[in-house]
Design a protein around this ligand. Structure first.
Ligand SMILES: [Zn+2]
Ligand SMILES: [Zn+2]
Length: 428
């Protein structure tokens, strides 16, 4: 991937006398990774080494977080082969042996019991797969909580110990409490931990207003490759794309809070199939000086990343009031770049969605089309948008003419999502 030298070059352009006193600006580059993955440690259908190997063997990937439901891969754990067969089929253990060898695969058969296989821990996976500056595994977890039957899942990346689900009195209270608990651990252990709200439309659990009203929230999944997470919404429920704009407009205009940044992830569970929740569908690309958890998280907190389901960017930058997007073009693909934003005169009162029984439904309220309006659309591998000044924020979506190799829905196109800009003067 192309290196970003702009900061570095700017530093070199300073007079020598100034340079002597200036802090050196570290050179940055793009790192790609997936922050949402499951293995047999929770409800995935393959051994952790097989999953890590899938990502590690693809040169485009630099980092990966295994995010199991309420468990860390930090202790001794054996699974019955019956479970492996139920999840991954009869060939799963054989394929694992073929790839890693009999010396590596540990099995046991307790007297009168059934064949069991030991799951390798994260420290063991690190020893085997990590390589400085090339591939990083990050300690992580999917905090798996709920409110009144609605699933509320939050990924915590770079945890030092297990975060237990907190529960709460409403959807947004559950989100807020879990985020506070992540923050408390980060402070206690003195390490950055990135928390992001997963798949808001899974189980129609999290509305745009819920996303807006959890003050500790900073990140969410604008794209999750699992086919069951209702990315596009339906007649009653807003799409994730629209929920992002509504939540961000509410946060900036009504609450004086920073907008949410959007991630794309795989949420992969299935490694023996060509459909279901397979790997390789969604990722983030982070511009950071080095490949370490703290460096990546610091960059993401600064908005120095984009989300992708297939489009690679050469650059995205916000300078002198202008958002500039440059695609790394692929032969035979064309690109449309949409600049999307919401202006300050928008009416954010919204209207409740009412069911057939006349009662309000737990769904994102309806807002005018001016929320998340397309401010400009250009065809080509690069485009720029100069902010007029009345925008609460502006972001860009790049859509390719090509489909992903293994699309989630019919007609899906490869996309990239950049983070909202132009909002900093409006938030507290
Ligand atoms: Zn989940
Ligand atoms: Zn998940």
């Amino acid at each position: 991937m192309p290196q970003s030298r702009s900061l570095f070059v700017a530093a070199l352009a300073l007079p020598l006398a100034a340079l002597a006193f200036a802090e050196p600006v570290p050179e940055t580059r793009w790192w790609r990774g997936n922050l949402h993955t499951h293995t047999l440690w929770s409800d995935g259908n393959d051994f952790p080494e097989m999953v890590v190997d899938w990502y590690r063997s693809r040169p485009a990937y630099h980092f990966l977080a295994l995010t199991e439901h309420n468990v860390l891969a930090d202790h001794d754990k054996w699974v019955e082969n019956d479970l492996v067969v139920r999840r991954g089929g009869r060939s799963a253990l054989r394929e694992y042996r073929e790839r890693f060898g009999d010396d590596w695969v540990e099995t046991r058969e307790p007297e009168g019991g059934k064949l069991e296989v030991r799951l390798r821990t994260l420290p063991e996976l690190r020893d085997r797969f990590e390589e400085a500056g090339r591939f990083l595994l990050i300690d992580a977890e999917e905090i798996t909580d709920s409110y009144s039957g609605l699933p509320i899942h939050i990924n915590a990346t770079n945890v030092g110990k297990l975060v237990r689900p907190e529960g709460g009195t409403s959807v947004r209270d559950v989100i807020q409490r879990n985020l506070e608990s992540v923050k408390a651990q980060a402070e206690e252990l003195g390490r950055p931990i990135l928390a992001h709200v997963n798949h808001p439309n899974f189980g129609w659990a999290v509305t745009a207003e819920d996303l807006a009203h959890a003050p500790a929230e900073r990140f969410f999944e604008v794209y999750n490759g699992h086919p069951g997470v209702r990315q596009l919404g339906d007649d009653v429920h807003a799409s994730i794309e629209r929920a992002w704009d509504i939540a961000n407009a509410l946060r900036i205009q009504e609450l004086g809070a920073a907008p949410l940044f959007g991630l794309a992830t795989d949420d992969s569970h299935n490694y023996h199939n060509e459909s279901a929740s397979i790997p390789g569908r969604g990722w983030v690309v982070v511009r950071a000086p080095e490949l370490s958890a703290s460096s990546l998280i610091e960059a993401m907190e600064a908005g120095e990343f984009y989300a992708s389901s297939g489009v690679e960017l050469r650059d995205v930058r916000f300078e002198d009031g202008e958002l500039v997007v440059e695609v790394e073009p692929v032969e035979d693909e064309t690109y449309r770049i949409d600049f999307v934003g919401t202006r300050e005169d928008v009416d954010l009162s919204g209207e409740a969605v009412v069911g057939e029984d006349g009662k309000p439904v737990h769904a994102t309220r309806r807002y005018p089309a001016a929320v998340g309006a397309t401010l400009r659309s250009e065809v080509g591998p690069s485009a720029r948008y100069r902010l007029v000044g009345d925008e609460l924020y502006v972001r860009a979506i790049v859509t390719s003419s090509a489909s992903p190799d293994r699309p989630v829905w019919e007609g899906q196109r490869k996309q990239a999502w950049t983070q909202p800009v132009g909002w900093r003067a409006r938030v507290r």
